[in-house]
Design a protein around this ligand. Sequence first.
Ligand code: URA
Length: 235
Amino acid sequence: MTLERILQSQGFGTRRYCGDLIAAGLVEVNGELCEDPRAQFEVDGLRLTVDGEEWLACTKAYLMLNKPAGYECSQRPRHHPSVYNLLPVPLRQREVQAVGRLDHDTTGLLLLTDDGQFIHAQTSPKRKVPKVYEVTTAEPVTPAQTGALRSGVQLLDEPAPIAAEACEITGERSLRLTLVQGKYHQVKRMVAAAGNHVDALHRSAIGGLQLDPALAEGEWRWLTAQELAVLSGKA
Ligand code: URA
């Protein structure tokens, strides 16, 4: 692909604008200045420096974000800032989307991508991708409550009880819940139906992929090829 199209595909602006950046001597490719907008390169793995900003080019973007509390997973947030504000401009321009949403007060692992097929595969009810939540409760957790969550609780507007894939007590007021569905406020509603209340909620894993402990709240990083393989069930 030509360099100007590569820059455009990475979210740096229109093709003409990217061509101008290149011709102005503001773009390096794998550490070397390239002033020819039509120079040809393979996209994936290309190390770009665009007006001083280092960028690893990729045909599709896959990333994990450690979502802080107080952010909405919406492009048009209503009451809180958007998680998309935590991403650099090129990723916002590329229109990466959250793979399923977390509530504004939920923290932890959020995947984002501009690969529509990946979003579909990860969120399809048929795939039953397990998501692990660390729940802090208002009241002490009882074995009866975790038993109810494992055997199934009835939620309003659901035809049948919904059971957690796994549920264990992790502290006096905390439990770990693994769900394979992605229903609206599912953890909060299930814990309420079991007779307790969610005070804080953190997602620690999706489909075998753990939130990177090195990521501070609000930080993001690219997924590795190995992590993508884990998520796609190929590892
Ligand atoms: N379940 C909830 O109740 N909230 C979330 O953010 C995610 C799962």
